[in-house]
Design a protein around this ligand. Structure first.
Ligand code: FEO
Length: 170
């Protein structure tokens, strides 16, 4: 049986992961609208990964004989301007998610729920990768600016990202 306080923060985390999927999908639509189909692919793949993150939490709560509480998902902000601004938003958002995952880790430690503390390590590592991925694109965009040829090649590179289902078993 899962600790109730831990269950609450895990349920809140499910909502944040599905919100993340919504946010990345809104970004994907923006990139489609401006003709950057590789960037659109990259953010769409990320949206699918976010759904996986939510589903892994969902399955974990069930496995621990807990109660999944799905709450309303906010509409994402759609004030997008250009690739650099979008990736700066992504970086800020992922830092926020990292903080949230760290809170789940602290809560599970405070409540002596060592299974959840162990489980959440996967998310801690995942967040290191997600922040680094966003920062990598920001650095490239800052280096190349709006130079069309570079943006064209970067868009092609972003188009190569492929979805791989994320799964986790404690
Ligand atoms: Fe599931 Fe991008 O954090």
């Amino acid at each position: 049986m899962i600790n109730e306080k831990v269950q609450d923060v895990l349920n809140a985390q499910i909502n944040k992961e599905f919100y993340s999927a919504y946010l990345y999908l809104a970004m994907s639509a923006f990139f489609d609208e401006i003709g950057l189909y590789g960037f659109s692919n990259w953010t769409k793949v990320q949206a699918r990964e976010e759904v996986d993150h939510g589903m892994i939490l969902f399955d974990y709560i069930i496995e621990r004989d807990g109660i999944v509480n799905l709450t309303q998902i906010d509409a994402p902000d759609r004030a997008f301007e250009n690739p650099l601004q979008v990736f700066e938003k992504i970086y800020e958002h992922e830092k926020y998610v990292t903080e949230s995952i760290n809170c789940v880790a602290s809560m599970s430690e405070d409540e002596c729920d060592l299974a959840t503390r162990h489980f959440i390590n996967w998310y801690i590592s995942e967040q290191v990768e997600e922040e680094a991925n966003a920062l990598d694109v920001i650095k490239k965009l800052k280096m190349f600016g709006d130079e069309c040829t570079s943006l064209y090649h970067l868009d092609k590179e972003m188009g190569e990202r492929q979805y791989k289902a994320h799964s986790y078993k404690i």
